[in-house]
Ligand binder design. Sequence first.
Ligand code: NAD
Ligand code: UD1
Length: 363
Amino acid sequence: MKILVTGAAGYIGSHTVLELLEAGHDVVAVDNLCNSSRESLRRVEALTGRSVPFVEADIRDESAMRAVLTGAPGRAGPDAAGDVAESPESAGATVPAGDFEAVIHFAGLKAVGESTEQPLAYYENNVGGTIALLRAMDAAGVRRMIFSSSATVYGDPVAVPIPETAPVGSPSNPYGYSKLMIEQILRDLAAADPRWSVALLRYFNPVGAHPSGRIGEDPRGIPNNLVPFISQVAVGRREALSVFGDDYPTPDGTGVRDYIHVVDLARGHLAALGHTKPNCRIWNLGTGRGYSVYEAVAAFEKASGQKIPVRVAPRRPGDIATCYADPTRARDELGWQAEHDLDAMMRDAWNWQQQNPDGYGEQ
Ligand code: NAD
Ligand code: UD1
């Protein structure tokens, strides 16, 4: 299949592009590089021996998206002029025109704290950008979308494990609301026009890296999420992990989450590509097992042989006690389930961090 991947240079995008190429799909990558490096896709090319045509463009730029999707003349990026197929941004590979069968849509802003400070930027980028992309897809006759949603839409769950039929809750921040809004827009679109096929994938907590250690998560600034923070402590970039609360109603008092290896998550997208009916469907992508912060730290210490200093800090606003998936639907309908355990997630996170102590750096 020929697939357009937005946000392709990012953490989950780059791992998914690699899996798509290895499965024999053709990929065109779009990213504005606001939270990623061009280097990730160069490494995917090196790992797979295949080229990844790259268009540096913003999904909010509807005409650029339309140009990419149709291969018609148009603007493909801030510096690009003329034919998309000849865009100077597609260094190393020509961008083949048209004939896309699906769009896998990762592009978006994802920093929860930042979203509370800059709600308009989040709604504009995530919701506005998705609408522009959908308009361009409609115009190009490409009506198949796989969307990166999040378990955050469940809010504080009424029960765990969480099935897709659980009520969506009240996310505690604009980022979470942007995901809920996009889900609703996609549901409405699919209801209005049966030609659309939409997969809403609700990710739990993606962690780890490709086992080669060549691509991985490269957060800018101080990491918000647990595993990147632990990794940076292990590699000497941070002193100690702050454990955000040890008084939750969980076995050891710390928050429990469903960590999922990013390679398993990436493969979930390939499984979703193989499913076409009904025209809008939600799937949880998680393992179905929850681990506490202390359990995650212990697994990382085992994988790395490094002691991780921890100190207990106050709860983080908006955090919940426990969150893990019921992944049965994805197993039954997509034939997909997570294969990597927590030890493998931590081993691969450490392998990436050790090989790339400064992430992709200034490449
Ligand atoms: P990421 O920041 O590494 O990747 C997102 C990519 O989108 C980046 O490369 C960024 O440069 C690009 N981008 C952002 N806005 C853009 C725009 N307007 N036009 C073009 N490109 C743009 O994040 P990730 O962890 O890979 O997440 C991918 C998707 O999955 C996001 O939509 C995120 O909200 C969602 N998600 C992530 C997690 C997680 O824990 N990582 C959990 C649930 C859902
Ligand atoms: C966070 C986001 C959520 C997003 C998800 C996936 C918040 C409030 N929620 O969820 O919207 O969908 O990431 O990327 O940011 N922890 C520490 N110390 C740290 C970091 C985390 O103790 O330095 C704890 C947290 O309190 C939590 C667990 O580790 O119990 C996991 O945290 P994190 O990796 O940030 O993921 P989520 O909180 O699940």
